[in-house]
Design a protein around this ligand. Structure first.
Ligand code: UT7
Length: 323
């Protein structure tokens, strides 16, 4: 059977770092509160000329180099973002053009913080269905541009960045020993749509709007939803927590990450954590963390890697893959 195998991974961050210390002079907060409640110590903020498409392009180029491939090898680009450069065309098309690719298909996916998991599942379905052979799956965000910088309950949490993987169709035996994506599980429930949302959009206000979040409400649901959809992945593949080499979670809050790992019985030394340095980069956080853990040699060929995310919508999902 066809499996979508990861051939390369890459990431890109804006130049500017914004520390908690600097945050103290911007809103009524303390570095201590931010670290204690979230684990975040700093985040990266896009400057002039840095956009979702430019960061996504840089991450894509890094992933292609890591895979030993050229842009022309790619026939599908799936970009997960909630902060596109323009309302349309899709920023995926912008990235496609920046890479000099003029074949195949490119489109955006919008599932907020779960976007990368949704994009991986989508690209996997295209590859297994024979509609694409080599896909760039990108998560890229510039949340700093949709934050209310006077709202201390949201502006301290988010950051900008991008990450990407190259997926290629490979041959598998249909067992959990195969390389590539083994299973993917996606969920949404719009009943929660007002707990984390942006108060604008083309069809309502004609403006981009800013992020609003009932943090405590999101927090309350997070661990249960994340672990539910991970149990789905275990059930579908006959695997269990003890089989996982690396958990690469969406990076929203260290307390959510630790709570999920504890509930699953996965020790923290098998969990990739970047939230301290990146903050919550929404759809970019998983591929940013993956690129780091592959780059420093933690994630190795043959490892069983579990991705999970939960975010606005609510949306949530998991992807289990063998590196
Ligand atoms: O990416 C996926 C979606 N997002 C998430 O997963 C985020 C989920 N939520 C969270 O991570 C947490 O709920 C937060 C980090 C957002 C907040 O942590 P919390 O422990 O739930 O705090 P809280 O909202 O219950 O607020 C506690 C107190 C409040 O003061 P009172 O009402 O107790 O007097 C807040 O007003 O902390 C106050 N507060 C702050 N204080 C200093 C809120 N923001 C700040 C701040 N600095 N930046």
């Amino acid at each position: 059977m066809i499996r979508s195998v990861v051939r390369g991974v890459g990431s890109a961050l804006p130049k500017r770092v914004l520390t908690n210390h600097e945050m103290e002079s911007m809103v009524d907060t303390t570095g201590e509160w931010i670290v204690q409640r979230t684990g975040i110590r700093q985040r990266y903020i896009a400057g002039e000329g840095e956009t979702t498409a430019s960061l996504g392009e840089a991450a894509a180029r890094a992933a292609l180099a890591n895979a030993g491939m050229q842009p022309g090898d790619i026939d599908l680009i799936v970009l997960a973002t909630s902060t596109p450069d323009n309302t349309f065309p899709a920023s995926a098309v912008n990235i496609q053009n920046r890479l000099g690719i003029h074949r195949g298909a490119a489109f955006d996916i919008q599932a907020v913080c779960s976007g990368f998991v949704f994009a991986m599942a989508t690209a996997d379905a295209y590859i297994r269905g024979g509609m694409a052979r080599r896909a760039l799956v990108i998560g890229a965000e510039t949340f700093s541009r949709i934050l209310d910088w006077n709202d201390r309950t949201t502006c301290v949490l988010f950051g900008d960045g991008a990450g990407a993987v190259v997926l290629e169709a490979g041959e598998g035996q249909g067992t959990v020993g195969d390389r590539g994506i083994l299973t993917a599980h996606l969920r949404s429930d719009g009943a929660h749509k007002d707990k984390l949302y942006v108060d604008g959009g083309p069809s309502t206000t004609g403006k981009a709007g800013v992020v609003h979040m009932e943090g405590r409400e999101v927090f309350k649901h997070a661990v249960g939803m994340i672990t539910d959809v991970i149990y789905d992945a275990f059930k579908a593949t006959g695997t269990e927590a003890g089989d996982i080499d690396w958990l690469v979670p969406h990076q929203a809050n260290i307390r959510i990450i630790e709570g999920s790992a504890r509930k699953l019985g996965i020790p923290m030394d098998k969990v990739v954590v970047t939230v301290d340095r990146h903050g919550n980069t929404s759809a970019a956080s998983i591929p940013l963390a993956l690129a780091e853990a592959v780059g420093d040699g933690r994630v190795k060929r043959g490892d069983l890697v579990l991705l999970e995310a939960m975010g606005g919508g609510f949306t949530w999902g998991s992807v289990l893959l063998r590196w």
